[in-house]
Design a protein around this ligand. Structure first.
Ligand code: ATP
Ligand code: MG
Length: 618
């Protein structure tokens, strides 16, 4: 726009100046030409005038000679001067005009002596003198005419120049008017275009502003700018809405804004702002706003320092987002997570309880059997027999010797007592065995409970143990049941290194494997129920396998057998193998199964490393 206007102004200037300049140049050239003509004609005219004047002086002298009879030397001098002037004129290139006169006057001067002459000398020269007079007059007239012509030409030229200047001025005026009109038209068109553009820009701005308003309102986002003075602020309408402050009454300043922030968040919010301005970094802060109606609104503020204007200085331009819904949703989610955690903890506790019950249940079976055995032994009426013997002996206290040697009952007494003592010893032995088994089983129950307590705290107590003693213990806990159901057991224990494990974790796996094996044999209803127990070395650990010749496992059950809850037993829980496999994995080992199918028995193998990973630091 500015460049186009400059161009127009330049053109206008040229339109005004160019005609005048041309006229002035032409005028200057004409003036120069006129000055040259005048310079040239004036000296010639002077010479011609001098020649004529001197010749006239000579003529007057000659006329006087009629009276005085002599021509004085002054007159001759005048004649010679006239001849000299004419010669000058010829020398200056005026020969065509002065040639004849110069010759005639020079010749005349040549015949008249310088000191003068008498009338007689002059009379024969009368014709030539008169001719000289006519010629010099003609020369004078000619030069006068030429001079007058030059002057007239100068005057005429001046008139033409005046007209040219006037013409130039008129042309300039016309051009100026034309240019002004053209410029006005162009400027008008341009201004109209600019106005249209401005109008469009405004419309676009308005559209953007409307969109911005809708978007920020929808997003519940307020826009603000904190001036470089760090005091005054500009707020968008949505900002006022966010803080529930009327634009008519609330003047946003740093101080008035801080007043609206929750007292607990105020210091941090202010520090975030001053820090962002000082370090010229992005601002990201979150705080609560207290609205006049008492409600609390959570705000996330994002801002950056704008340094685009030198005039305005660095300002903090930012956006405040209402994140109350998000914060409340987060809070709800946090509560849900909490509840979920509680629920899963309860589920975990339930699982632990199931585990404990299962393992304790396994052991309680043996406890029950041992207890029944002891009870049976104790219930047997051997003590009653003994008291009868004591009664008989008391009756025959006086004749004890004859009673033992003569009386039929007395004679059987020593044998009977021998038998009784044998039975009592056997009962005692069995009872002691069962009590020992009971003690071990109760110990195992105690351990199971304390292990589950430790497990719930994710802490185990690893021990260095001989694998064979572990397997023996497990077997001992089940041996009663094996005997009762007529299941024979064969042990094949290879020499293996000791392992570092949590004893009762391994025991609970083995007890379940033995119970399952016994059950499988029992269910097979065959005469030779048999279980093989093996311990073997592995490259970096040991393996314990329990092989039975029981019912075997269907192929489709092979993958499900370790799943929680999988059982084919009427009163089974489907927990033993599942928890066993988990425990084996926890110890860095594995629990595997092999079976050729139903009727072909099954082999369960527990693989254990020499030191389980959870015990590495122990
Ligand atoms: N030696 C085996 N021979 C054949 N099937 C077996 C054998 N051991 C386990 N199973 C099968 O695997 C199932 C799951 O065994 P698991 O020990 O996990 O649970 P359960 O013995 O049924 O019940 P519980 O949780 O009381 O031990 C058994 O019900 C049985 O069908
Ligand atoms: Mg089981």
């Amino acid at each position: 726009m500015k460049r186009a206007t400059d161009k127009l102004v330049a053109l206008q200037f040229l339109a005004v100046v160019l005609p005048i300049a041309v006229v002035l140049l032409v005028q200057l050239a004409a003036d120069a030409r006129r000055a040259a003509s005048l310079d040239h004609s004036r000296p010639l005219r002077i010479l011609a005038d001098e020649a004529r004047t001197n010749y006239k002086t000579f003529m007057n002298g000659a006329a006087d000679a009629v009276d005085t009879n002599s021509l004085g030397p002054q007159s001759v001098h005048a004649l010679r001067t006239a001849a000299a002037r004419l010669a000058d004129l010829r020398d200056r290139g005026e020969a065509p005009i002065v040639g004849e006169a110069a010759d005639a006057v020079r010749a005349l001067a040549g015949v008249i002596p310088p000191k003068g002459a008498t009338l007689n000398t002059l009379l024969p020269l009368r014709e030539r003198i008169m001719r000289g007079d006519a010629l010099t007059r003609a020369v004078g007239d000619e030069f006068e005419r030429r001079d007058e012509f030059v002057v007239k030409d100068a005057i005429a030229s001046a008139v033409i120049q005046r007209r040219a200047v006037a013409g130039a001025l008129i042309i300039t005026a016309i051009l100026t008017v034309l240019f002004v009109l053209a410029t006005r038209r162009r400027l008008k068109a341009r201004i109209e275009a600019d106005i249209a553009k401005e109008r469009q820009r405004r419309a676009e701005l308005e559209t953007i502003s409307i969109r911005f308003g809708i978007a920020t309102r929808a997003a519940r986002a307020g826009v603000y700018e904190l001036n470089s003075d760090g005091v005054n602020m500009w707020w968008s309408d949505t900002m006022h809405e966010l803080y529930a402050q009327s634009p008519a009454t609330f003047r946003p300043t740093m101080a008035s804004w801080l007043e609206l922030i929750h007292p607990d968040d105020r210091v941090a919010a202010q520090a975030a702002i001053t820090g962002a301005i000082r370090d010229n970094t992005h601002l990201r802060s979150q705080y609560r706003v207290l609205r006049p109606d008492g409600s609390v609104c959570y705000i996330a503020s994002l801002a950056a320092v704008a340094t685009d204007s030198v005039e305005l200085g660095p300002r903090l331009v930012g956006i405040d987002l209402d994140i109350t819904d998000r914060v409340e949703a987060d809070e709800r989610e946090r509560k849900l997570q909490h509840q979920l955690r509680d629920a899963s903890r309860q589920a975990g506790m339930a699982e632990i309880a199931t585990n404990v019950l299962h393992n304790v249940g396994n052991v309680l079976n043996s406890v029950n059997i041992s207890a029944s055995l002891v009870e049976d032994r104790v219930k047997k009426p051997r003590a009653a027999g003994l008291s009868k013997v004591v009664g008989l002996l008391q009756q025959h206290e006086a004749d004890l010797g004859s009673f033992v040697s003569v009386d039929e009952r007395g004679k059987h007494l020593p044998f009977y007592l021998g038998q009784l003592s044998e039975h009592l010893l056997l009962d005692q032995k069995i009872a002691l065995q069962e009590l020992e088994s009971l003690r071990k089983n109760i110990d195992h129950i105690k351990e199971i409970v304390s292990m589950q307590q430790a497990y719930s705290k994710l802490v185990g107590v690893p021990e260095r143990l001989a694998v064979s003693s572990l397997v023996d213990d497990a077997l001992r806990m089940n041996i009663g049941a094996f005997n009762r159901h007529g299941v024979s057991v064969k042990c094949d224990f290879e020499e293996v290194p000791e392992i570092v494990v949590e004893k009762h974790k391994v025991l609970q796996i083995l007890v379940n494997l033995l119970r399952n094996a016994k059950y499988a044999c029992e269910a097979a209803e065959r005469s030779n129920k048999h279980v093989d127990l093996r311990i073997a070395k592995q490259p970096d650990g040991v393996k314990i396998s329990v092989r039975d010749n029981g019912i075997g496992i269907q192929p489709e059950h092979m993958t499900r057998i370790f799943s929680h809850g999988f059982t084919t037993k009427k009163d089974g829980h489907g927990f033993g193998l599942h928890s066993g496999a988990l425990a084996a994995r926890e110890m860095g080992g594995a629990l595997r199964v092999e079976s050729a199918g139903p009727g072909y028995g099954a082999t369960f193998t527990l693989e254990l490393p020499l030191r389980s990973p959870e015990t590495i630091d122990a």
